[in-house]
Design a protein. Structure first.
Length: 294
């Protein structure tokens, strides 16, 4: 047998890598079923993951695990590492782009905790069909002289009016989240950004405790804050367009994502989804009727 040339060896190596990648993509759901456990990466946030063993996303993923015939396991993480805990690579958001770094251990199979679908995240993970609507709102203490905007007929006008109010004002923001000051382009408003190094659940109480005059919050957290601190905070107006949240999956787990989307369709059709939403976000449908309509 003639010895293989360097070119032949390179071709064989490339083919082996491609076949290996294809096999890896096809085995994601079977591997989870074989292991007998679905690892849910979550961060205590609003009523998606309460931190007390329940929450909207906790209940949905528990039901999904049961649907798959595997055991549910919750894996607590944080906003700074949640994506890398899923994909096994260090990540750094750079505006709407993302940079990948060194390899790290994979700790979970999916992310679900009110995870906003953002451009940079879409380059690192694959999202499910939307699970919840969102938007970024400007929130002030009730005693602030700033008044809620008068809604116009177009959302773009409301956003521009609200953002114009930020000039020269101290506003709380939180990097690496949906409240990231760069992602929300707060520098363009002339606001004095205050980075409050806490988790998202602590942004509203920080405002109440006078850490800044204003904060931006996403809709789910704002709805919870209005319930917890009635007559202490008020909504000024939107600073972003409408957004969506979803569960996040590694890009090499298409079968798991597909199974989740089919499961989500099922529970939306049979009423299970609506029941869970009403339990944790009873007023959500009044703010986003189009999303929750049958």
């Amino acid at each position: 047998m003639k010895p293989r040339t360097f070119h032949q060896i390179c071709v064989m190596f490339i083919v082996a890598v491609i076949l290996s990648a294809v096999n890896a993509v096809g085995d994601d759901l079977p591997e989870i079923r074989k292991a007998g456990v679905l690892r849910h990466l979550g961060i205590p946030y609003a009523n998606f993951v309460t931190g007390s063993g329940d929450g909207m996303d906790v209940e949905i993923i528990q039901l999904f695990a049961k649907h798959l015939g595997v055991r549910y396991e919750y894996v607590k993480t944080d906003w700074g590492t949640v994506v890398e805990d899923l994909i096994g690579k260090k990540v750094k958001a750079v505006g709407d782009d993302v940079e990948f770094g060194e390899t790290v251990p994979v700790k979970g199979d999916l992310i679900a905790n009110g995870f906003t679908i953002l451009p940079w995240r879409q380059k690192a993970v694959d999202f499910s069909d939307p699970t919840f609507p969102s938007q970024i709102w400007l929130i002030a203490r009730a005693d602030s002289a700033m008044k809620p905007i008068k809604p116009a007929k177009k959302l773009e006008k409301d956003i521009a009016t609200t953002r114009a109010l930020l000039k020269g004002k101290k506003v709380l923001a939180l990097p690496k989240t949906c409240l990231d000051p760069v992602g929300n382009k707060l520098d363009a408003t002339g606001a004095e950004v205050v980075i409050y190094d806490v988790n998202l659940n602590e942004m509203a109480p920080a405002l109440v405790n006078n850490k800044a005059e204003l904060t931006i919050l996403d809709v789910p957290d704002a709805l919870i804050a209005l319930e917890k601190w009635p007559r202490k905070i008020k909504i000024i107006g939107p600073t972003s367009g409408k957004q969506l949240m979803g569960a996040a999956f590694p890009k090499d787990s298409p079968k798991l994502r597909e199974a989740y989307n089919e499961f989500l369709k099922k529970i939306r059709k049979d009423g299970t989804y609506d029941r869970i939403v009403k339990k944790y976000y009873p007023t959500a449908a009044s703010f986003f009727p189009d999303f929750f309509k049958k």
